[in-house]
Design a protein around this ligand. Structure first.
Ligand code: SF4
Length: 285
């Protein structure tokens, strides 16, 4: 008897032997992976030219589940690893797929410098406002007033506005969606795959186990309803104005789509110029 045909279009992109995955019911990370698979199909990228790099955390497990060349690196170090990979293999589309704790706290310095240098990598940040895997500690994305295991009386630190951080550091493509906006996420991923330079997509995603429950926000489905009701699409919005306000509107959209030389292009241009200047008297290079 021939095997049943594949009915889930995402299945070919997953390492079935690694299922079941570790994500909790209602977690939004799986939804983002579904979008990623659909974006890969839509972009028609050769899959042997796509590499995924993750750090540590619940989102960091994506690297282990996708059926691509992938690297599960140490905590906070996905971006430096991806930078090295891209410089050594410029023919690859290098995707960093990790969480807010990994990318913006422990790996925060790598994030701003990779954006500043315009490294040609695509950074997908699943932002659930907390450290999920390590137990729900406060993160640099936790909204003021929200409780975490390390802020039982409420977070009192101002969180990062990630699109503004990315743009002001030098990213050429910046978008934010929530896990509810599945088509927009996939579309942004396709655009980022086609873009040359540091591209950043933030996806607000429920962590029902450690963030929603602690903050009495219901389960994953309740959070999807919340995102549906509270998000407002404002493409081209000034990233200064997109701080997350869980009491008011959450601004989502594509905010930045610029062009400037990538790290590799700047390096090659500088090298050519230096050689031209140095050997100008020798009849040119
Ligand atoms: Fe998802 Fe939170 Fe569970 Fe981690 S702890 S898998 S982020 S719901």
């Amino acid at each position: 008897m021939s095997p049943l045909p594949t009915i889930n279009p995402v299945e070919p992109f997953l390492r079935a032997e690694r299922m079941p995955h570790i994500w909790c019911p209602g977690c939004g990370i799986g939804t983002t992976v579904n979008c990623f698979a659909r974006a890969l199909v839509a972009s028609k990228l050769p899959l042997d030219k796509v590499a995924v790099v993750s750090g540590i955390g619940c989102t960091g497990r994506v690297a282990g589940y996708v059926h691509l060349d992938s690297f599960h690196t140490t905590h906070g170090r996905a971006i430096p690893f991806a930078t090295g990979l891209k410089l050594a293999r410029p023919d690859l589309t290098v995707v960093v797929y990790s969480g807010d704790g990994d990318l913006i706290a422990i790996g925060g310095n790598h994030f701003i410098h990779a954006a500043r240098r315009n490294v040609d990598i695509k950074v997908i940040c699943v932002n659930n406002f907390t450290y999920g895997m390590t137990g729900g500690q406060v993160a640099p994305t936790t909204p003021v007033g929200a409780t975490a295991t390390t802020t039982p009386y409420g977070c009192f630190e101002r969180p990062f506005n990630l699109p503004f951080l990315a743009e002001s550091s030098g990213a050429v493509y910046v978008a934010r969606w929530t896990a509810f906006h599945v088509r927009h996420i996939a579309h942004s991923m396709v655009e980022a795959f086609q873009k040359k330079g540091f591209s950043f997509i933030e996806i607000l995603s429920p962590c029902p186990t450690l963030y929603q429950r602690r903050n009495k926000m219901g389960d994953g489905l309740d959070t999807m309803h919340f995102y549906k009701q509270h998000s407002v699409i404002k493409n081209g919005a000034n990233t200064r104005d997109v701080d997350i306000n869980l009491q008011g509107e959450i601004i989502v959209g594509k905010f930045v789509d610029n062009e400037r030389p990538t790290l590799q292009q700047s390096m090659e241009q500088q090298l050519r110029q230096t050689l031209r200047d140095r050997y100008a008297g020798w009849g040119g290079v």
